[in-house]
Design a binder for this molecule. Structure first.
Ligand SMILES: Cc1cc2nc3c(=O)[nH]c(=O)nc-3n(C[C@H](O)[C@H](O)[C@H](O)COP(=O)(O)OP(=O)(O)OC[C@H]3O[C@@H](n4cnc5c(N)ncnc54)[C@H](O)[C@@H]3O)c2cc1C
Length: 499
């Protein structure tokens, strides 16, 4: 049963204090706005709750660029574990290493989700402009009054009216659900028929790592796989990706014995490093993955979705958080452009409100609404197509990992691609590198990737080993088809790396 209702009024309301919401708070506070962030969970800095799914994440160029833009990159870099490549584990325990990039400037970075989230909250509060409110679950809205209704831990209803609302409450966004009630708002959620389960490899007794810490470990097995990312403390977070249904699937792993048999048969070397994996498997939830697309991300100039709430993607390109952080770089650019063109962004400051102004708050805001609307529309136009592109590439990458990693033709093309990246730096850049090690728009990376596929298909015809590739033909094809869209891209001239 709900109890008494409390009504509050704020300038900027952010719903969701995850990675994107907390970073958004820093960006907006640094622009001078007073920000209130409402979060469903308790304060993870005070109570030992899990940060949620995927204990660690791969932060790449786009995520680092957003942190650099706001002056936080040097706070985060000492906490990341660089991963120079992938270590593939075969069934018999044999290891094969593949470097991530064309040289040692290109690699992945494993960062703790909880550590990063807490740091962003601390940095937001340190601005003096941000207040967090925990145990507040958004569940209703009134966009005529621009308010969100929350339920607190005592079942009390709290209505928060705001000049502007940012919905950063993740892939299952309640704010997006509310927008769905409005005309002209569209949303689709496509569930993957795969789930994931998190497991854990503890640090070695001497505090070291039980596997090579400089790599992302993969146990590819065709339709299912296990991966492990290193943590700063010597442990690894392990994730099993598996179909929900079928011969080898979650539906078959319902007893301890079936789990033990499955791991012994398919991941014996990993199982040896995880003495408690059977219990962990039985106790840990099975996570699901989905692609969320929606339109138009905002309600007038009043409310805007960002991060997974606007564009949830499956994790097979390691880009969800990176893409959400890039939202903030682009949003900040939109604000900057707007201001440099003589515009202002209008929000009445809380301290300036007199009681009579408060009553007219919604009306007062109307004056400012047009400006926010311009920024929101500009942001949507710059971002939507690129977010659709990474969503589609993430699904394609999943299919590639699932169906093609064992295909000799595919492996031959990948081998040729490595040669081209080394021989023609700056002219031949793979789709993976453009997504992971650069800030070019995702759509451009996707288009370049299609061209790369065409070039590789021509080059592998009639050869059996990568070093048989016709380099003269390769150079001609690269110069004709790919180089024109890549050379002179400003985003390729500077590269942010963790080392
Ligand atoms: C297995 C897995 C591995 C991944 N690996 C990577 C990776 O390596 N690299 C990468 O870049 N991305 C990765 N991702 C994606 C990444 O986790 C997300 O893109 C990222 O967390 C999105 O951040 P967000 O702040 O938008 O949403 P979230 O992290 O989901 O945060 C949303 C916040 O809103 C709160 N909230 C939810 N509902 C409400 C409500 N009703 N009221 C108030 N608060 C609410 C939640 O409690 C949470 O704090 C991975 C995802 C998965 C599932």
């Amino acid at each position: 049963m709900t109890e008494a209702t409390d009504e509050r009024q704020v300038d900027i309301l952010i719903v969701g204090a995850g990675l994107v919401g907390s970073l958004a708070a820093v960006f907006l506070a640094r622009r001078g706005f007073a920000v209130d962030v409402y979060e469903r969970r308790p304060d993870m800095r005070k109570v030992g709750i899990s940060a949620g799914r995927s204990i660690n994440l791969n932060i790449s160029c786009r995520g680092l660029e957003a942190l650099r833009r706001i002056g936080l990159v040097d706070d985060v870099l000492p906490e990341v574990v660089p991963m120079m490549g992938r270590m593939m584990h075969s069934r018999d325990g044999a290891l094969t290493y593949q470097a991530y990039g064309k040289d040692d400037t290109e690699y992945g970075n494993s960062v703790s989700r909880g550590g990063l989230n807490k740091l962003l909250m601390d940095k937001a509060e340190a601005t003096g402009q941000v207040r967090f409110h925990f145990n507040m679950k958004a569940q209703d809205s009134d966009f005529d009054r621009n308010s969100i209704t929350f339920l607190d831990e005592n079942n009390k209803t709290v209505i928060v009216r705001a000049a502007v609302i940012f919905g950063t409450d993740g892939a299952a966004s309640a704010v997006r659900e509310q927008m769905m009630k409005l005309d002209d708002f569209e949303s689709s959620v496509e569930q993957l028929d795969y789930g994931y389960k998190e497991l854990y490899i503890a640090p070695a007794e001497d505090g070291g790592f039980k596997l090579d810490k400089g790599a992302l470990h993969i146990w590819p097995r065709g339709t299912y796989m296990l991966i492990a990312l290193p943590n700063f403390d010597g442990s690894f977070t392990v994730t099993l990706f598996l179909p929900y249904k079928g011969d080898i699937s979650f539906e078959k792993l319902t007893t301890e014995q079936s789990v033990r048999d499955f791991f012994t048969e398919h991941f014996a070397d990993a199982a040896e490093l995880m003495p408690d994996y059977v219990q962990a498997f039985m106790n840990n939830p099975t996570g699901h993955m989905e692609t969320v697309k929606c339109h138009p991300w905002n309600v007038g100039g009043q409310c805007l979705l960002m991060g997974d709430a606007a564009h949830g993607i499956v994790p097979f390109f390691g880009q969800g958080m990176n893409c959400g952080f890039e939202d903030l770089s682009i949003f900040d650019e939109c604000v900057e452009d707007h201001i440099s063109q003589g515009g202002t962004i209008f929000v009445e400051r809380r301290s300036h409100h007199r009681e009579d102004e408060r009553r007219n708050f919604g009306k007062l805001l109307h004056d400012g609404e047009a400006n926010w609307l311009r920024v929101f529309t500009d942001f949507y136009e710059r971002r939507k197509d690129n977010c659709d592109a990474i969503a589609d590439m993430a699904v394609e990458n999943f299919i590639e990992m699932r169906d093609k990693v064992g295909d000799p033709k595919f492996l031959l093309a990948k081998g040729v691609e490595k040669i081209l990246e080394k021989k023609f730096p700056g002219k031949y850049i793979s789709r993976y590198s453009l997504v992971t090690f650069s800030n070019v728009p995702y759509r451009l990376a996707q288009q370049a990737g299609t061209i790369c596929d065409g070039i590789l298909a021509e080059l592998v015809a009639g050869i059996e080993k990568p070093d048989q590739v016709d380099l003269a033909l390769a150079e001609r094809l690269v110069d004709e088809r790919l180089a024109p869209m890549l050379v002179d891209r400003p985003e390729l001239k500077t590269k942010l790396t963790a080392k």
